[in-house]
Design a protein around this ligand. Structure first.
Ligand code: ARG
Length: 243
């Protein structure tokens, strides 16, 4: 009888082990908003970009299968908070407010918010935004900073493309958006310019659920290897051409 019980208990231990520790094919679900070139964008039926490629290398390194979930940007943090996703990688800026809800990995690149206007606009510096109509993507740092601009009207879009379209059509005066996506948008639309003076300087990192310290440590260890070996720079340079 004793023997039967211990075999039974061993069975339970085995089952619970399988449920909580990763086998080689355990998924690593990444929440993103794939309308943010060159960090994440859709090509054919695939999501490509700097974040997608770095995430793939991390997943390979920690022995997990990367699955990318495309969603609204303002759902990305909630997705990792609720465990719907394991990581958030979306050109996600580290902020003190967001740190209340999720943990951030070490940063993998620096970034900035810039102002995009129609070429020849009277808006020539961040100070000129006072009283203007400003487009942002909902839930982004641009959205947060725009709220502090005196007398400005904020138009909040679910995608930056929509804000850029509104700017082209003259419906709004400026768009606050991250520097590298701004360059992509301004390259495609000849009548748009980026104001030289940066609005803010930021850093991007990978968001992880607060109860997921083990994953956070694994990601930081991976990221360190990828940075030290030059892999992160290689990916960034592939998508961002030096001026
Ligand atoms: N860096 C900004 C932020 O964290 C904007 C990120 C937008 N990312 C995206 N994939 N749409 O708020």
């Amino acid at each position: 009888m004793k023997k039967i019980i211990s075999v039974f208990l061993a069975g339970i231990a085995l089952v619970s082990l399988c449920a909580c520790s990763g086998s080689g094919s355990k998924k690593l679900v990444m929440a993103t908003n794939a309308a943010f070139p060159p960090y994440e964008m859709v090509e054919g039926n695939k999501i490509i970009g700097i974040d997608a490629e770095i995430a793939q290398l991390i997943a390979d390194d920690i022995g997990r299968e990367l699955v990318i979930e495309d969603m609204a940007f303002d759902s990305v943090i909630a997705a990792v908070q609720t465990g719907k996703a394991d990581i958030a990688m979306a050109g996600l800026t580290i902020t003190e407010d967001r740190k209340q809800n999720i943990d951030f990995s070490d940063p993998y690149t620096e970034a900035a918010q810039v102002i995009v206007v129609k070429t020849g606009s009277e808006v020539a510096s961040p100070d000129d935004l006072e009283g203007k109509i400003i487009g942002v993507q909902i839930g982004t740092t641009g959205d947060i900073y725009a709220a502090d601009i005196a007398n400005a009207t904020i138009e909040r879009y679910s995608k930056y493309f929509e804000a850029i379209n509104a700017l082209e059509q003259g419906k709004i005066d400026a768009v606050i958006v991250d520097r590298e996506p701004a360059k992509v948008f301004a390259d495609v639309n000849e009548d748009l310019s980026i104001i030289d003076e940066e609005f803010t300087v930021e850093e991007y990192a990978i968001g992880v659920g607060k109860e997921n310290k083990e994953l956070l440590d694994q990601i930081n260890a991976s990221l360190k290897k990828l940075k030290d070996s030059g892999k992160v720079d290689e990916i960034i340079n592939k998508y961002i051409k030096a001026e």
